[in-house]
Design a protein around this ligand. Structure first.
Ligand code: FRU
Length: 535
């Protein structure tokens, strides 16, 4: 084995020095234990779902469910951050606050370029946010009509918003009626809203974002798992080779948000259907009547895509998920903040075992953070044991790529560990085509009884050698198997960073190659504190 280590930049030092230079208070140095170094997390307090994802003139808007007064869920606001590369983020001032109509729950944003709303001023088209008003008084009175859809608009790229005084879509008598995802649908020339309603998705259409016409419902009576459906998204996609159009319907399903239920790890996750939307109804493909997981891990929820310009449908959509799980989200052991987004992922269509499927891979711009490398020459036979030791210094996070082959189809394990003996294991059984993620001894686990429960994942039968890409941050591991054919996202809380990567198992196992990149912290180059950026 030949190991080459080329550390280039003492980025950890930079991560510490730059926020100090900006005058950021100690609590927001982005260097606390467990503070993600390549993922967006708010400077302080509670965050859940991504909201209002839209890109306008090269700037990606990220709004999010935010409670600015505590590290647990509370009356929801929209927090706000922006990026030009989907990697580095600047946190801006809170965008939307609760008002007498209610708290500001999840929703989306569109750029009304052709001024269908009539809200443009002096030739500046509005950025329009459409979100759910959740009325706590109505909820306390056990009323049914608790949720309605509100509108706010901005003429300065989301820096400030003006709220429309009344909801634009009233509640028709459905208790869970939320999370509007609005986008322009070119074939019918209308805005389309996908809205979660109990265990279904309702579609509405509009010519001006104010008046909404009911179109149809896609619900669990026809297909799908039990639980409350949340955060739908309808994504138009095109196959790169044939130009064939496919529509993807994302739905996050939360069996029960209560923390008092019996332990079981798969409590919430994002699923998808592939099919066709004609402007009125969504029809799943015959081979896609059962939903599939967009990510098989325990901690990937409320994933939705950035609204794209409808003339750019051939470019891959980018989705963002919240890296947590409602069954323990409010108890994870972070201190001054709670909540983190996953890496933005590009979606691709692919044929898988005779039917269309989605693959998701990290956005390419992430590679710009790569600084140091450990490269193991290939092919390496009987490469059991240490693949790398002393992994983390001096960079902040890791991007590890390796391909494992088990000709004898014998089980093996890929194990990350630290000096404390804490370990995170990916156990693979090639014969049974399955993988078990074991974080039972990964670090702090006792904060929730189901956090240590192993997560079992089925691998496609056609998968032979298994290539892994692991994105390892201070409190998360995202696993991309075989170029995103299977993804598994998990939180972990090792008390000190993992420093070793080992392969354990039968000596017949071979590794084709190993490349491990140390990554710069995204906070070494972006301001952590709220910033005022002139539009
Ligand atoms: C999903 C969700 C949404 C809701 C928001 C409230 O995680 O429950 O349905 O709008 O969170 O914060």
């Amino acid at each position: 084995m030949k190991v080459r280590a080329a550390y280039v930049l003492p980025s950890l030092l930079l991560a510490i020095l730059i926020p100090v230079a900006l005058g950021a208070p100690a609590a927001t140095r982005y260097d606390e234990t467990y503070r993600p170094q390549i993922h967006y997390s708010p400077p302080r307090h509670w965050m859940n779902d991504p909201n209002g994802l839209v890109s306008v003139h090269g700037e990606y808007q990220l709004f999010y469910q935010y409670y600015p007064d505590a590290e647990v869920w509370g009356p929801m606001h929209w927090g706000h951050a922006v990026s030009t590369d989907l990697v580095h983020w600047a946190t801006l001032d809170t965008a939307l606050e609760p008002d007498p109509n209610g708290m500001i729950f999840s929703g989306s944003a569109v750029f009304d370029e052709h001024n269908t709303t009539g809200l443009a001023r002096e030739g500046i088209p509005p950025l329009v946010a459409i979100f759910t008003y959740h009325n706590p008084k109505a909820e306390a009175n056990h009323e049914i009509k608790v949720e309605s859809q509100g509108l706010a608009y901005s003429l300065d790229h989301g820096r400030t918003f003006q709220k429309w005084p009344q909801p634009v879509l009233d509640n028709p008598g459905v208790r869970d009626f939320r999370d509007p995802k609005v986008q322009w649908f070119a074939p019918t020339g209308r805005w389309i809203m996908s809205l979660a309603a109990t265990d279904g998705v309702r579609f509405y259409s509009s010519s001006d974002l104010f008046h909404w016409q009911f179109e149809s419902t896609f619900d669990r009576q026809r297909l799908g798992p039990p639980g409350v459906w949340e955060c739908p998204d309808l994504i138009e996609m095109q196959d790169r080779q044939t130009g064939e159009r496919h529509d993807v319907l994302l739905v996050s399903v939360n069996p029960n948000a209560s923390e008092k239920d019996p332990p079981s790890v798969k409590r919430s996750g994002t699923q998808y259907y592939l099919g066709h939307f004609d402007g009125h109804t969504f029809e799943p493909d015959a081979a896609s009547t059962q939903p599939r997981w967009l990510d098989e891990g325990a901690d990937y929820y409320a994933a939705v895509s950035w609204n794209r310009d409808h003339t750019a449908l051939s470019t891959p959509p980018v989705v963002l998920g919240w890296m947590s799980n409602w069954s323990y989200a409010q108890r994870v052991p972070t201190k001054s903040w709670r909540g983190v987004m996953a890496i933005p992922r590009q979606l691709e269509l692919a044929q898988e075992d005779g039917r269309w499927s989605l693959r998701s891979v990290p956005i390419p711009s992430l590679k710009a953070l790569r600084r140091s490398t450990i490269h193991v020459e290939h092919p390496v036979a009987a490469q059991l044991g240490d693949l790398a030791n002393g992994l983390t210094a001096p960079t902040a996070a890791l991007d590890a790529n390796l391909t494992v082959q088990s000709p004898g189809r014998r089980p093996y394990a890929l194990v990350l560990s630290n000096q404390q003996g804490e370990r995170f294991a990916i156990n693979v059984d090639p014969e049974r085509h399955d993988m078990t993620i074991d974080r039972s001894h990964s670090g702090e686990v006792a904060f929730a009884e189901n956090f240590g429960t192993p997560i079992n994942v089925k691998l496609p039968e056609s998968m032979d050698a298994v290539s892994f890409r692991l994105l390892i941050d201070r409190s998360s591991i995202e696993i991309f198997v075989d170029e995103g054919r299977v993804n598994i996202t998990t939180l972990v809380f090792p008390t000190t960073p993992y420093t070793r990567l080992r392969l354990e198992g039968d000596p017949s196992i071979t590794i084709q190659s190993v490349d491990i990149f140390g990554l710069d912290s995204i906070w070494s180059t972006a301001a952590a504190e709220p910033t005022s950026i002139n539009p």
